[in-house]
Design a protein around this ligand. Structure first.
Ligand SMILES: [Zn+2]
Ligand SMILES: [Zn+2]
Length: 321
């Protein structure tokens, strides 16, 4: 998992750290990555993708384990889009249990079966897809946004943009992951998550959370940043919050305000496009389409909960209602 952790360290620190490891100092990470509460450890059980094993058998005559499949938060093969298997389908044992040198194409060490199955959640979301993409890039040394200075600047901008409290921003992050609370996210990421520290991270832009959670939050901030803002951040020219806002990214999913808004628009026989315009903060276009009085009426009809969600959402995207 060294490339993953290295991706989370600053470029000056990586060579020092690599030297320390080469000199037998295993605890070096504590000195070089103090902000990480827990780094990425391989998942508790070995994981494989059936299609990867079949293609390995064809090309190499034997299967081999892939590093990216052993990252705890990764549950799908990014090449074949299949959920990863982590146990024998006949006796339920983990792979390589008795014989830790077993290969993925070998029969089960307990019962000799060649069938496997998955005990992992098949739940995918925008959050999962973005994190999976970030993980693959990080393993290839192509995730500069994970560097400490950049990820902190990125997060500060998202916080500034949101103009909302840390709890609301955290809710939006959870919506993006399509989970109800941090406990569910903890199961998906297989990492430790302290609610207090996580909220602090969304308030101050820095806090000692686990590497896996930092990666998920960085993916969230990066996904909601426009290309111009990304370039500026990578060149260490921290841009205006305005430049960072990307109006073209898909809105955060899974919030009730969306359903409620669409229902009100439908009930009053207004053009259905009005919902999308309001959600993306294009109120003036909404006025042109449906009339100013109608737009006001729609906004007034929202429940206070939906209204505060919508306002926070539009602000996160740099607009106003
Ligand atoms: Zn595969
Ligand atoms: Zn078995």
């Amino acid at each position: 998992m060294f490339p993953l952790i290295a991706a989370l360290a600053s470029t000056q620190v990586v060579p020092l750290w690599r030297n320390a490891i080469a000199n037998g100092n295993d605890a070096a990470r504590l000195r070089y990555l103090p902000v990480l509460h827990q780094w990425v450890k391989p998942s508790r059980r070995l994981r494989l993708c059936r299609s990867c094993v079949l293609s390995d058998l064809e090309t190499h005559g034997t299967g081999h384990w892939r590093v990216v499949h052993q990252v705890p938060a990764i549950r799908f093969c990014h090449q074949h889009d299949e959920v990863l298997h982590d146990e024998c389908a006949d006796c339920g044992s983990a792979f390589g249990g008795k014989d830790k040198w077993a290969l993925p194409s070998d029969p089960c060490g307990h019962c000799g079966s060649l069938n496997s199955r998955s005990s992992l959640s098949p739940l995918k979301s925008d959050g999962y897809n973005a994190l999976a993409d970030l993980t693959v890039r990080a393993l290839n040394g192509q995730a500069p946004e994970l560097e400490p200075e950049i990820r902190a600047a990125l997060l500060r901008h998202i916080i500034q943009l949101a103009q909302t409290d840390a709890e609301t921003l955290l809710d939006q992050f959870l919506d993006w992951w399509a989970v109800n609370d941090l406990a569910e996210l903890k199961n998906l990421l297989q990492t430790t998550i302290c609610p207090k520290t996580t909220t602090r991270l969304f308030r101050e832009g820095n806090a000692p959370v686990s590497a896996q959670l930092w990666m998920a939050i960085t993916a969230f901030a990066w996904e909601h940043t426009a290309d111009a803002g990304r370039c500026a951040l990578l060149m260490h020219q921290y841009p205006n919050t305005r430049d960072l806002f990307d109006p073209s990214t898909t809105p955060l999913r899974g919030s009730e305000f969306r359903t409620e808004l669409a229902e009100i628009v439908r009930r009053h026989n207004l053009p259905p496009e009005l919902t999308g315009l309001l959600i993306s903060g294009q109120v003036r276009l909404g006025h042109l389409l449906a009339g100013g009085a109608n737009v006001l009426m729609v906004i007034d009809s929202l429940s206070s909960h939906a209204l505060s969600q919508l306002t926070a959402h539009v602000r996160l995207r740099g607009g106003s209602l």
